[in-house]
Ligand binder design. Structure first.
Ligand code: SF4
Length: 72
């Protein structure tokens, strides 16, 4: 939906770790490495919403599952 795109654009890097409640993940399903906002999904990377270095084993209140990887 267009609203989602617009919302996304205004939120890019808009959150501090504190505001997003960035913290160690309690279970693998909600790790940053499984979140669509992490890039690249390696041990250490970045996030489109939360500023700073992001650990793959962390999570935050904005966690959103990555739906599907592109084929290949
Ligand atoms: S869980 Fe939060 S900090 Fe981690 S990648 Fe997703 S949005 Fe970024």
């Amino acid at each position: 939906m267009p609203e989602d795109v617009d919302d996304m654009a205004t939120k890019i890097w808009g959150l501090s770790k504190r505001a997003a409640n960035y913290r160690p993940a309690s279970k693998p399903e909600v790790r940053c490495e499984a979140c669509k906002y992490m890039f690249p999904p390696l041990a250490l990377g970045g996030c489109r919403l939360v500023r700073g270095v992001i650990q793959a084993t962390a999570t935050c209140d904005e966690f959103t599952p990555r739906v599907r990887q592109e084929a290949g």
